[in-house]
Design a protein. Structure first.
Length: 165
């Protein structure tokens, strides 16, 4: 894909993400007043008393109505057994670039390739084989800066509208 010109190389996710795991808990393990975030296949994390991960991670909902939903977290947390925890990223990839890339391209890929009709789900090989366009790290950093500036502009426009209305 020519996302950034000069045809950056596409690589499989498993070449860029050192660890792709799932949590080990059922969704009903949540504790409303827990100390740590508990990522399930819901859009918003729950809470839990114990953590299983202490890392910078991108989390991908692996089944249900929120299949392919993306979260980012850095710190101690836990995850549901159908939530994929991606960590230990290659130095060739900027994690924030990867996060934005996933927001654009991963969910359509998952929806197209998911298995099951009543409750769709994804598999580890689906994630491992997802192709990622990898431009030079400098291009990735400029892309992240562009997205961050765009988000700030959207926020400012929204704030001004609220003040004027």
């Amino acid at each position: 894909m020519e996302l950034f010109g000069l045809y950056p190389q596409d690589e499989k996710m498993k070449e860029l993400v050192g660890s792709i795991k799932t949590g080990k808990l059922n969704a009903n393990a949540e504790k409303a007043d827990g100390e740590y975030p508990f990522f399930t296949c819901d859009a918003n994390p729950k809470r839990i008393d114990k953590y299983a991960f202490d890392t910078e991670a991108i989390l991908v909902s692996g089944n249900g109505s929120q299949i392919g939903h993306i979260n980012y977290y850095n710190g101690k947390f836990n995850a549901y057994q159908r939530t994929y925890v991606l960590s230990d990223f290659s130095e060739r990839i900027n994690i924030k670039y990867l996060l934005e890339y996933f927001k654009i391209f991963l969910k359509p890929y998952i929806v197209e390739n998911s298995i099951g009709s009543a409750i769709p789900y994804i598999t580890l090989p689906m994630l491992e084989n997802f192709m990622i366009s990898v431009p030079d790290i400098e291009v990735q950093e400029r892309f992240v800066l562009f997205v961050e500036q765009s988000d700030k502009s959207k926020y400012l426009c929204h704030s001004v509208r609220r003040l004027l209305c």
